[in-house]
Design a protein around this ligand. Structure first.
Ligand code: 13P
Length: 251
């Protein structure tokens, strides 16, 4: 937690979910009652194919939906790609950029991630910029160096009309059931906060820092209670309303 920052609990459905899975979203939306929405923001980042239907679904709810990637251009000859304008057209208000799975599967560089984030922010949306070290980098003791490089390369100089959110997701903790110790998360987030303040001044203290990697209802309270952890980015446990709401209940 950071004083003055409203936490964000965000789901990332990755390449999971069909329009028939909308029932899980319905439960999340219906359970996101005023007592809870006063305490936290809730977001679920869906596959593109679900955004249209989901957008109608959350239209009159404080629950937000987002996408998991976008193109750096707003339109044009880019077969198969999806623009931020198209995402917004569905009612989504956030985009994850630079997830480690995209960096690995599609070779996305820090520079490409920054360009995408810039477009998202210019369009007035929330850009959730992901960073995190591999197991090998962790074992070499270079975690903070990796975070520093990814932050300086992937985070744009200005939030423009949107909101910058930074998600720390150690790659070795994603989908493995492993998590760093509370001390390690604290150290990483303290470092990230200091980097943001150095770069953005006082505004750096208002940027939400999420932790992601094997967050479950059972460990959410401990992880979300750590200094400078302003919410979570959740993969597997965001697919089921019961688990996702169980994590929200940590607040
Ligand atoms: P898991 O919660 O399944 O470990 O995934 C984390 C993640 O990659 C969220 O973006």
């Amino acid at each position: 937690m950071t004083p003055g920052i409203k936490p964000l609990v965000a789901g990332n459905w990755k390449m999971n979910g069909l329009n028939s899975s909308i029932g899980e979203l319905e439960t999340m939306r219906d359970q996101f009652r005023p007592e809870l929405s006063a305490k936290i923001d809730m977001l679920v980042c869906l596959p593109f194919t679900m955004l249209g239907k989901a957008g109608d679904f959350v239209a009159r709810s404080p629950m937000r939906i987002g996408a998991q990637d976008c193109h750096r251009e707003l339109k044009g000859a880019h077969t198969g790609d999806i623009s931020v304008e198209m995402i917004a057209d569905c009612g989504a208000t956030a985009v994850i950029v630079g997830h480690s799975e995209r960096r690995t599967d599609h070779g996305e560089s820090d520079e490409q991630v920054r360009e995408k984030a810039q477009t998202v922010l210019h369009w007035g949306q929330m850009a959730i910029i992901c960073i995190g070290e591999t197991d090998e980098q962790r074992k070499l003791g270079s975690t903070l160096d990796v975070l520093k490089k990814q932050m300086s390369g992937s985070i744009p100089d200005s939030a423009e009309n949107g909101e910058i959110v930074v998600a720390y997701e150690p790659i070795w903790a994603i989908g493995t059931g492993l998590t760093p110790t509370a001390k390690d998360v604290e150290e990483a987030h303290r470092f990230m906060r200091a980097e943001l303040v150095e770069r953005f001044g006082e505004d750096g203290n208002t940027i939400r820092l999420l932790y992601g990697g094997s967050v479950k209802p059972g460990n959410a309270k401990e992880l979300m209670g750590i200094n400078n952890v302003d919410g979570a980015l959740i993969g597997g446990a965001s697919l089921k309303a019961e688990d996702f709401l169980g994590i929200c209940a940590a607040y």
